[in-house]
Ligand binder design. Structure first.
Ligand SMILES: Cc1cc2nc3c(=O)[nH]c(=O)nc-3n(C[C@H](O)[C@H](O)[C@H](O)COP(=O)(O)O)c2cc1C
Length: 195
């Protein structure tokens, strides 16, 4: 072992080098239950949960956790959407989308907008307290932790997904202090003090 002082912390480096004492799994390998190594690794990365929405005559919503802040100036976010998802065509054709960041009490919505058997069009939003965003017309949920309206500015190839970069036109948030998280393949609630 050799010691490196980094910022006052002692970091140890294994003298043995490669291979590590555990067996790394090839990313495409599947276990006996059919789960891929990439999925298992990513399940350990906790995320928030959003419902992306698009407006117009045929509004659409989809649960997504592949969402990230990108830039403050200009204000930009990204989301990754499967090419096979109906939401993909909905964003490409409307050139805008909204992001509803879900709170701890909205697991039902997360499950609903991930369920391919949900109704299509306006019917999928029935019973949800919402209003159309003033820039995008996309449904904004009253009980969301935060809401962002975005104009699509770039689309990048991301394998079986597309990476949609959106310029944030407006953002607001509620006084809710409990977030909905996705970790280890399940939903969790996490509270904080709020501000
Ligand atoms: C927790 C969770 C996160 C998800 N995140 C994404 C995502 O980031 N991108 C994506 O394309 N699909 C994601 N999905 C899957 C879609 O929500 C699901 O396939 C949906 O039914 C697609 O809807 P659509 O084809 O009607 O647009 C996620 C599902 C769950 C349960």
């Amino acid at each position: 072992m050799s010691d490196n002082g980094i910022g006052g912390a002692v970091v140890t480096e294994r003298s043995g080098g490669w291979p590590p004492p555990w067996e790394p799994r090839p990313v495409r390998e599947r276990d006996s239950a059919g789960r891929s190594a990439l999925r298992d690794a990513m399940a350990r990365f906790g995320t928030g949960i959003t419902v992306l929405t698009t407006g117009g005559e045929n509004p659409h919503g989809m649960t997504a956790n592949a969402f990230s802040s990108v830039s403050l100036e200009p204000p930009m976010v990204l989301c990754c959407v499967a090419r096979t998802a109906e939401m993909h065509e909905a964003i490409v054709s409307s050139r805008c989308f909204a992001v509803n960041v879900l709170g701890g009490r909205q697991e039902r919505l997360a499950r609903h907008f991930a369920d391919r058997r949900r109704p299509r069009g306006p019917a999928q939003f029935e019973g949800i307290d919402r209003w159309p965003g003033k820039h995008t017309g996309a449904p904004l949920f009253a009980d969301s932790l935060a809401r962002l309206e975005c104009r699509l500015v770039e689309v990048h190839d991301g394998g079986d997904h597309s990476i949609f970069l959106g310029e944030v036109l407006e953002a607001d948030w509620s006084s809710e202090t409990e977030a909905l998280l996705f970790l280890g393949g399940g939903f969790h609630r996490l509270g904080w003090g709020g501000r």
